[in-house]
Design a protein around this ligand. Structure first.
Ligand code: UDP
Ligand code: MG
Length: 319
C-alpha cells in the first residue's frame, strides 16, 4: 500500500480538492493507497474539512496536532502514522503535481528506495527570493555534499527509509536534506512547481531567513569554524600592528595613534560579539536537543482503523 502524506496548515479549501484529485488518480492507476492529512494546528476549518472528507472516504486518515509545530514535524508525524509499504510526502496545496506520484510509485516498484522530486523550474518567484534561496542551497549543498539547489520536500520513501528517518533522535530535522543523507537506492524525478489555486503561501521573508539559519546550523558547523578563521586573521593583524608600535616606541614617536586604537576596539569588539552570537546559537540548539521534548503532540486521530489498532500507543506520541 502507498501512503500519501499531506501536511496541512490553513488549507480548508485544498483538503477536499487534494483528497479528490489524488484519490481519483491512484484509483485509476489501480494503486492501493491511504491519504494521511496532518493538521498542523490550523486556525481555519481545516480539521473540520478533514473530518468531513474522512467520513465520506475510508482511505483518509486525519491527525490533529495540539498546536502549530511546523511543516517538518507534520511530515514526520505523517510518516510515523502511515502504514504503507512506501510513503509519498507532498504539499497539500497541489503545487507538487499528483501525476508525478504515480511515476514515483512505478520507480519504487522497480526497486528504488528513495525517489526524490526535483524541481525543473522554481515556479513564479521574485528575484530577491531566487537569489537568497540560491545562496542558502549553496551552503546546504556544501554541508550535505549533495546538490540541493533543486531539491524539494516532494519524495517517495520506502518503508526501510521511513524507519531509518523515524529512528533519528534529533529534534531539529531538515527533512529535505536528511532524506538524501540516509542514502539507500535513490533516483530523482523532475516536476514543474504548479501555481497555488487556493489560499496563500505560509512563508514570509523573515520566516525563510529563520528557516535557512536553523537548517544550516542543523547540518553544518562551518559558522563556528568561521569564528576560528576570524580569530586567526585578527591575530595576524595584531602581529603587524604590534611590530609597528614597538618600532615607533623605540624610535621615539609613540604618542600618536588614537585612530588606530579606536578602530581596533571597534573591530575586535564586534568580531567577539558576533562570534559569541554564533556559538550561543549552537548552544541554544544543543539545549533544545538535550531537553528532548517531543517533536509534536497529537490531539486527535481519525480514520485508518486497522492501523490504529495495531499501534501500541507509542505511535501517537513518539518519545
Ligand atoms: N505547512 C504546514 N505547517 C506550516 C506551514 C506550512 O504543514 O507551519 C504546509 C502547508 O499546508 C502546505 C505545505 O506545508 O501543504 C507547503 O506550504 P506553502 O504552500 O505555504 O509553502 P510554499 O509552497 O509557498 O513553499
Ligand atoms: Mg505551496
Amino acid at each position: 500500500m502507498l501512503s500519501v502524506i499531506l501536511p496541512a496548515y490553513n488549507e480548508e479549501k485544498m483538503v477536499p480538492k487534494a483528497a479528490e484529485t489524488i484519490g481519483r488518480l491512484l484509483t485509476e492507476a489501480q494503486i492501493a493507497y491511504e491519504i494521511v492529512f496532518v493538521n498542523d494546528g490550523s486556525k481555519d476549518g481545516t480539521w473540520e474539512a478533514i473530518e468531513q472528507t474522512a467520513a465520506k472516504d475510508p482511505h483518509i486518515v486525519g491527525i490533529k496536532f495540539s498546536r502549530n509545530f511546523g511543516k517538518e514535524s507534520a511530515m514526520l508525524a505523517g510518516l510515523a502514522n502511515a502504514s504503507g509499504d512506501c510513503c509519498v510526502v507532498m504539499d497539500c496545496d497541489l503545487q507538487h503535481p499528483p501525476e508525478t506520484v504515480i511515476e514515483m510509485y512505478r520507480l519504487w516498484e522497480q526497486g528504488y528506495e528513495v525517489v526524490e522530486g526535483v524541481k525543473r523550474s522554481r515556479g513564479k518567484e521574485s528575484a530577491v527570493h531566487r537569489a537568497s534561496a540560491g545562496m542558502f542551497y549553496k551552503i546546504i549543498s556544501r554541508a550535505v555534499r549533495i546538490d540541493m539547489s533543486r531539491a524539494s520536500d516532494f519524495k517517495l520513501l520506502d518503508r526501510r527509509a521511513v524507519d531509518a528517518l523515524l529512528a533519528m533522535p534529533e529534534r531539529n530535522i531538515f527533512f529535505r536534506a536528511l532524506s538524501s543523507w540516509i542514502g539507500f537506492r535513490s533516483v530523482s524525478v523532475e516536476f514543474d512547481v504548479q501555481e497555488r489555486t487556493e489560499g496563500e503561501s505560509k512563508w514570509s521573508a523573515w520566516s525563510l531567513i529563520q528557516y535557512a539559519i536553523k537548517n544550516i546550523v542543523a547540518f553544518s558547523t562551518v559558522p563556528m569554524q568561521c569564528v576560528t578563521v576570524a580569530g586567526v586573521l585578527v591575530f595576524l593583524m595584531a602581529i603587524v600592528l604590534g611590530i609597528q608600535s614597538l618600532v615607533k616606541y623605540f624610535s621615539g614617536h609613540a604618542v600618536e595613534g588614537f585612530t588606530t586604537v579606536i578602530l581596533l576596539i571597534l573591530i575586535i569588539g564586534s568580531i567577539i560579539m558576533i562570534s559569541l552570537g554564533i556559538i550561543g546559537y549552537y548552544i541554544a540548539k544543543i539545549y533544545e536537543e538535550v531537553k528532548g521534548r517531543p517533536r509534536y503532540l497529537i490531539a486527535k486521530r481519525i480514520g485508518g482503523q486497522e492501523s490504529a489498532e495495531k499501534s501500541d500507543g507509542k505511535k501517537e506520541r513518539p518519545e
